[in-house]
Design a protein around this ligand. Sequence first.
Ligand SMILES: Nc1ncnc2c1ncn2[C@@H]1O[C@H](COP(=O)(O)OP(=O)(O)OP(=O)(O)O)[C@@H](O)[C@H]1O
Ligand SMILES: [Mg+2]
Length: 355
Amino acid sequence: MSNVFRELAEGGSIFRNEDAFAPEYLPEAILGRESEVKELAFALRPISENRRPQSVVVYGPPGTGKTCSVRHVLAQLTDYTSRCFPIYLNCWNYPSRVSVLCKVAEEIGMFVPRRGVAVDEIWAEIVSVLKQAKKVPVVVLDEADVVAGDEQGIFYDFLRMRENEGIDVGVMAITNRGDVLAQLDTRIRSSFLQSFMEFKRYTPAQLKEIVKERAREGLRAGAYSEEVIGMCSAFGAKNGGDARIALNLLWLAGRNAEKEGREEITTEDVDSVKGRVLESMKNDRITELEDLDRHIVEFIKKAGSAGVGTREIYDEIGKNERTVRLHLGKLESMGLIEVASSGEGGRNRVFRFRT
Ligand SMILES: Nc1ncnc2c1ncn2[C@@H]1O[C@H](COP(=O)(O)OP(=O)(O)OP(=O)(O)O)[C@@H](O)[C@H]1O
Ligand SMILES: [Mg+2]
């Protein structure tokens, strides 16, 4: 009997391995981040010599390779030494102190009941498991800016694990915002201060290498041209030096060609999906936002291309200026809004939605 899925599977002539375009895919090579990878490795190296690793804050704009570089270094470390206990978690999924602790407990093999867990109890048990395991945990808190207010105590818990519990631990916090530490308590800040790593936007040349390599990993050899690679990397360069945008463009263009039963991605395929790449990127970010951010973005979006002044935004949101300013800064760095004019000598900046 003929089967539509079998036909699709056999007919595919664009992708060699479409998984290479999935968000969680870890590329075979991290290109253009050699010095950052080395620096991260340097911070963790003490683990292999029974010493305490350094904690690091990694920050930079979206799509600059923060997550994949850190994951790459963790994978290399576990390949090199069995003394490491890598624990990666994305704070969008674990935004509170107790949820982070439960996740860590689960990762190190503890049984965690779903309800009625006391933070102190979980903590005590994590400590005892880690002491027995004689391994150094490296806790990666990705999207760490999501952890707010009192929940930030979690950073302190881990950073002071050595002083308080005699356990060496490495903490890596990843964030879009370099200013995230400004909101942290001084005791947390001082533990992080030595290692602060900025990931800069990719240059067009770096993006080209990244896209080319991913095409090699994910597409069939004859399915793409230099021109297609160039268009995708240029698009990523234009939209914030963002590798995710460049790679998603190539991926969707590939799907478009495949859907139409062609064996090669054309420049028309690329052009036809540009709008969708930008649209889906913005939607992803908006759904990820906390309520306050979403409220601000939607208010600004409603104002259209003329934009809206900071003062009106304060009035609408009804929070203190400092809080709103921090959120505006974050939304701007995420590429969702932009400054339309500095207004009245910089005192009433006008923001508009970035289209
Ligand atoms: N240097 C690189 N080499 C190969 N692939 C890369 C590189 N940098 C980024 N990528 C790819 O680009 C995409 C985005 O990278 P990544 O998720 O690491 O960005 P990020 O800096 O963590 O972004 P965000 O702040 O939005 O979380 C991923 O698919 C990743 O595999
Ligand atoms: Mg990331």
